[in-house]
Design a protein around this ligand. Structure first.
Ligand code: ZN
Length: 292
């Protein structure tokens, strides 16, 4: 099967509007999340045009474009606009995920509603450690999760390892946080980035396996974190269908991420699941009671 027939989905990419690249220096002094990820002049930033070019070269059919955890509502809104506009210009190729600042619930709810109406299919990449809340804060998150579920929106959160080396952007969202979210809101589909910081290990506990039945793991930035055995071992732990391909473009070039997956110790069938089938199934499930 050719890459095109397979309809490869990259579930973890980041793009920013051109004005963010122009204002890189000033944004680095104004926003803690942007500063953590992009204040270093060599950390890569890409526009939707850059992503499209990369997708064409690598044979990627669709990409989920994620926002970042901006501190201010205003920066969430302005960047959400760009992601939504980009998806409208390239129907079927760019799947926008939006960002809100949950600590201001009313503004966040209004923005989430606006983005859902504009075609956003999810929220992410969540950075509660920077935006000053916890994924375990059920009281704060209930209205947002209810709205997300009503619109069949997927949540994608950054997760990092409680052990191991430090790296820029690692943060402090360790596996117990997404676990608490999955337990409190089983109706919301949750994607844990970067292999969930080790959360898949606990699928060996029967009650955890049950709680995580609506949880997926992306492969973003594998190259910086794990040996290639991670593809086979996590697929085995979680069972079929819970791992989705994500590159973390532009941090990792899509072609490189794909090459690493192709050469991972996985059957061709399992690679197809990770590259395409699981993500398509997840996105096809729009859920919700208000959706028509
Ligand atoms: Zn991340």
């Amino acid at each position: 099967m050719s890459a095109k027939e397979m309809r490869i989905i990259d579930f973890h990419t980041h793009v920013v509007p051109p004005w963010v690249i122009e204002e890189r220096e000033s944004l680095s002094t104004r926003d803690a999340c942007f500063a953590m990820l992009y204040s270093h002049p060599t950390s890569k930033l890409a526009t939707a045009e850059d992503l499209l070019q990369s997708m064409d070269e690598a044979g990627v059919s669709m990409s989920v474009v994620l926002n970042i955890g901006w501190m201010s509502h205003d920066l969430c809104v302005r960047t959400n606009d760009y992601l939504i506009e980009s998806s409208v210009k390239r129907p079927g190729r760019i799947i926008p995920f939006c960002m809100v600042q949950p600590t201001d619930v009313d503004l966040a709810l209004r923005e989430l509603e606006r983005c859902a109406a504009g075609g956003a299919r999810g929220i992410g990449e969540l950075r509660p450690d920077i935006q000053n809340y916890s994924l375990a804060d059920t009281n704060l998150l209930t209205p947002l999760m209810t709205l997300a579920a009503d619109h069949g929106m997927v949540l994608l959160t950054h997760v990092s390892e409680p052990v191991g080396h430090a790296y820029p952007g690692k943060g402090t969202i360790t596996p117990e946080q997404p676990y608490a979210l999955a337990e409190a809101f089983p109706q919301v589909t949750l994607v844990c980035a970067h292999w969930g910081g080790g959360l898949p290990f606990y699928y060996l506990m029967p009650e955890v396996r049950k709680t995580l039945s609506n949880v997926y793991f992306d492969t973003a930035a594998t190259q910086y974190l794990y040996s290639p055995e991670v593809f086979r071992i996590v697929s085995q732990l979680t069972g079929e269908g819970h791992v989705v391909f994500g590159s973390d473009f532009p941090l990792i070039p899509q072609q490189r991420a794909l090459n690493d997956l192709w050469s991972a110790p996985l059957s061709e069938e399992a690679q197809l699941e990770v590259l395409s089938a699981s993500a398509h199934r997840m996105l096809a499930n729009r859920g919700g009671t208000h959706h028509v």
